[in-house]
Write a protein that binds this ligand. Structure first.
Ligand code: BDR
Ligand code: CA
Length: 320
């Protein structure tokens, strides 16, 4: 039976890749998509999401607009990575799809509670919608299989030296989600930064005959320069799509169950602290440690195999 999933997105070049994969893969049933401000402003995120679902030839997947900004701070887009339009300047045909007439929180609540088997919630964006959902309707936790989130890092950050963008953008939300009592799987920068498609393959797709392939190639090849002097390098990262791949091919990742928490104060604000120690330290021995939440954390990945899974799925299964 296909795994029922809901994606929470801030589309976003790599959220777009994730949406395409989620629609295409036969072992995933995409029940709904909720949108949140992150890589771009909310209105843009919704529009990008609807257009990408058209490219995917997705049936009528309900899409809802959610939070326009984080719980405490103003929205701070990642336009230097995803471009002003969130899709790196990729022009897609206008869509006749419309968002549903209810909030993201309501769509999430209704969809999760109505589903006959527990749902996997996949967070590929700042977790504002998820935090609002879990605080407003904590009963949804009972019908969630787990939360798979792209976010955090057990090593280096990207938004700051130590904080990853999705967690940094709304640290309070991420802290609420981590402690909501739902099993969490963290697909952080430790693996996110490793799964890439070779440049020649992306170019081949972009210049090929396959319509969805051309869009995937263009998304993979997008580069946004920081300034006129900046030479933006090709990365070919599949980004958020890797988190969705982990659901259908968990054997391609190495995970460890580790205590984690979100730092909310000071220079480390937005950092995911991960306890990688193999022996208890003085904090535990003297009973002065706070309780940290055990999280399944992806620390290793067969990057080539995940990239191949992604490409094979979207090229073979999306409309040519
Ligand atoms: C995350 O932030 C966004 O730029 C990407 O879409 C991804 O979800 C990476 O830090
Ligand atoms: Ca994202």
């Amino acid at each position: 039976m296909a795994v029922p999933v809901i994606l929470d997105v801030d589309t976003g070049v790599d959220d777009a890749l994730a949406l395409l994969f989620a629609v295409a893969h036969p072992e995933l049933e995409l029940l709904a998509v909720s949108c949140v401000a992150g890589n771009a402003a909310l209105e843009q995120v919704v529009d990008n999401t609807l257009r990408i679902l058209d490219v995917a030839g997705a049936p009528d997947v309900p899409v809802a607009a959610g939070a326009v900004r984080p719980l405490l701070e103003p929205a701070r887009s990642a336009s230097h990575v995803h471009g002003a339009d969130g899709l790196g300047g990729l022009v897609l045909p206008a869509t006749s799809r419309r968002p549903v007439d209810e909030s993201a929180v309501e769509l999430l609540r209704r969809t999760i509670l109505a589903h006959p088997v527990p749902v996997t919630l996949v967070a590929l964006a700042p977790q504002t919608n998820l935090a609002l959902l879990l605080r407003t309707h904590p009963e949804v936790a009972g019908n969630l299989e787990r939360i798979v989130f792209m976010g955090g890092s057990a090593s280096v950050g990207n938004a700051t030296a130590v904080a990853e963008f999705n967690v940094w953008h709304d640290p309070e939300a991420a802290a609420i989600v981590l402690d909501a009592g739902v099993p969490c799987y963290m697909y952080g920068l430790d693996v996110f930064n490793r799964v890439a498609v070779p440049h020649e393959r992306a170019l081949e797709l972009e210049q090929g005959e396959h319509r969805a392939g051309r869009i995937v190639g263009a998304l993979l090849g997008h580069r946004v320069a920081l300034s006129e002097d900046d030479h933006a390098e090709y990365t070919g990262l599949i980004g958020d799509a890797g988190a969705v791949c982990s659901i259908v091919a968990p054997e391609l990742l190495r995970t460890e169950r580790r205590p984690a928490r979100v730092e909310l104060a000071g220079y480390g604000r937005g950092q995911t602290l991960v306890d990688l120690r193999d022996r208890p330290g003085e904090d535990l021995l003297h009973g002065v440690a706070d309780e940290w939440t055990p999280v399944e954390i992806a620390l290793g990945v067969d990057a080539d195999a995940v990239a191949a899974l992604f490409l094979d799925t979207v090229v073979e299964r999306l409309p040519a």
